[in-house]
Design a binder for this molecule. Structure first.
Ligand SMILES: [Zn+2]
Ligand SMILES: [Zn+2]
Length: 549
């Protein structure tokens, strides 16, 4: 098959569907999309809430709950444990198909009647102020994490313990303000590090201990600015830094930012144990093309954030599935298409369905077979009605569920991380939702007025409402947060926790490659660093391995 050049139906930019895409679309049974990769992803993000934590009540029991779902949702919200129980029957909302009306209109009507769970995740203790939480204990204001304990303000963390302000970290303990750091203890203010201990302001270091302000280092101890010190001199120098002062912290932070631009060598990508693939943050992948932050997968294309998939194309936030495509948040199955937050086989247009088979256009079903719009049919009736709907849909069939079925306001969806420049006009034009609610507040102390040093800050700061200088959201320093900072002698943060998380996350959300020349060999290299970041030393994989290891 030969590649096709098309004009995107949404952004009107030219884009290419290459021969590998065409083969996989045919294999999965999808039509060739009319939108470019970025516009497809934008639409999937309408189905992935980031949100803002708020209190609410269950529409079933009236019990209190904490959720990131919107304030006035189009649908009922039940507490998760109620949602997963037999206290209600999703089949009770079943609708007959009306051939005189558009199918998506009918599916949306059904979606607005069926309740959604208030929180994603299960098996947690004391993780009420969290979302997308799994097998965790005593975590607070965190999202997308598993097997964590005492994690505060975390996003995309696995096995994190006693740590604050962590984005994308596996197996971190007693750590603070880290991005893409793994297997480390007491690592602070660092990025892209592994196997580090008792260190501060590191970038791309491995197996380092007692280091400050270092980059691209391997197996070192007592280093400052990549220079070797004695133990005694290191300790003397470190004492002079004064992490307790917000002003000093800001100065050393901008020093590291400057090092990233001028001195640090940046790999063309962060792919590990990956072959015949194109993308970034791929681990154990083979033949994955245009795939980002993905693990343990084969032959997948055009996908962002997932793992354990095979022969899949056009997916966002998806895991454990095969021969599937055009999905957002599918968490298991085979032959699943055009679906959101579901798990099943041979099904299309599912929303929050679990373990279903041969279902078409269903919402909130569990363990069902041969259902359409939440109504039960025989196998033969199912096939006939499905074919009738598909021919009635005409050109609409094969498209993802419309923006108008997204279940959160777009400006509070996870798109904030990947497409922060999306405008209200753009989303409203697509029929999506945009929150007009003013979440900012003036009822508190502007956080920049806090005393410079934590040593001058009173412990009862925890009862003081603070205002973030960027989002203007109101926030508090929790007691645990104050104690943590006091113990480490670090200045308190000045920004709202969600703003801290979003700002950090955006660094890992680049899904477009830019042309560079390798700093060592001058070879043409594509790398995932927007030119405005100003990184001067980009290395191709071979040169990086030779020079940095
Ligand atoms: Zn486009
Ligand atoms: Zn090179």
């Amino acid at each position: 098959m030969e590649q096709e050049t098309k004009i995107c139906a949404d952004c009107k930019e030219e884009f290419i569907i290459d021969s590998g895409d065409l083969v996989l679309y045919e294999k999965v049974g999808l039509q060739v999309p009319e939108q470019c990769f970025f516009c497809r992803m934008k639409q999937y993000f309408a189905f992935w809430v980031f949100g803002k934590f708020r209190k609410g009540v269950s529409d079933l029991s009236g019990e209190n709950l904490i959720t990131v779902l919107p304030n006035n949702p189009r649908y009922p919200v039940y507490k998760s444990n109620e949602w997963w129980s037999d206290a209600w029957d999703p089949m009770a909302y079943g609708q007959d198909y009306d051939p005189s009306r558009p199918f998506f209109e009918q599916l949306k009507e059904l979606q607005e009647k069926v309740p959604r769970p208030h929180q994603t995740g299960e098996n947690n203790t004391n993780c009420d102020w969290c979302d997308d939480a799994w097998d965790s204990k005593n975590c607070y204001l965190s999202r997308s994490f598993a097997k964590c304990e005492n994690l505060n303000y975390g996003y995309r963390v696995i096995e994190g313990k006693d740590s604050f302000d962590i984005v994308y970290g596996f197996n971190l303990q007693n750590s603070y303000d880290c991005l893409a750091c793994h297997n480390s203890f007491n690592l602070n203010f660092s990025e892209n590090c592994k196997d580090c201990i008792d260190s501060f302001f590191l970038f791309d270091c491995r197996n380092c201990q007692d280091c400050f302000m270092c980059w691209n280092l391997r197996n070192k101890q007592y280093c400052i600015r990549n220079e070797q010190y004695t133990k005694e001199n290191y300790e003397n120098e470190l004492r002079k830094i004064k992490f307790d002062s917000y002003k000093n912290l800001s100065i050393v932070k901008s020093e590291l930012e400057n090092i990233l631009k001028e001195k640090a060598v940046h790999r063309e990508n962060f792919n590990l144990k990956t072959s015949s693939s194109v993308g970034n943050y791929l681990t154990n992948c083979d033949k994955c093309v245009n795939v980002f932050t993905w693990e343990n997968s084969q032959n997948c294309r055009n996908s962002v954030r997932g793992l354990n998939t095979k022969d899949c194309i056009d997916q966002l936030g998806t895991w454990n599935n095969e021969l599937s495509g055009d999905n957002s948040g599918v968490y298991g199955g085979y032959g699943i298409k055009h679906s959101s937050w579901s798990n099943g086989r041979y099904s299309e247009y599912l929303d929050i369905c679990d373990e279903v088979e041969y279902c078409f256009g269903c919402v909130g079903l569990k363990k069902k077979k041969y259902c359409i719009l939440n109504k039960q049919y025989s196998k033969e009736e199912y096939e006939n009605l499905k074919n009738q709907i598909i021919s009635g849909m005409g050109k609409e069939y094969g498209k993802f569920m419309p923006f108008s079925m997204g279940f959160c306001d777009y400006n509070l969806s996870t798109a904030q991380v990947y497409f922060p420049k999306t405008t209200k006009e753009e989303i409203l034009k697509h029929g999506g939702y945009w929150s007009e609610e003013d979440l900012s507040s003036k009822d508190g102390v502007p956080s920049l007025q806090l005393p410079d040093s934590i040593s001058e800050t009173d412990p009862n700061i925890s009862s003081q409402a603070l205002i973030c200088p960027e989002s203007h959201y109101r926030f508090n320093i929790s007691t645990a947060e104050y104690d943590f900072h006091k113990r480490k002698n670090f200045a308190l943060p000045r920004f709202h926790f969600d703003q801290r998380m979003l700002n950090k996350s955006r660094k890992l959300a680049i899904i477009k490659a830019y042309p560079y020349k390798c700093f060592y060999c001058q070879k043409d290299t594509m790398a995932y660093y927007p030119p405005e970041w100003g990184y001067k030393k980009i290395a191709c994989e071979e040169c990086y391995k030779q020079n940095i290891a």
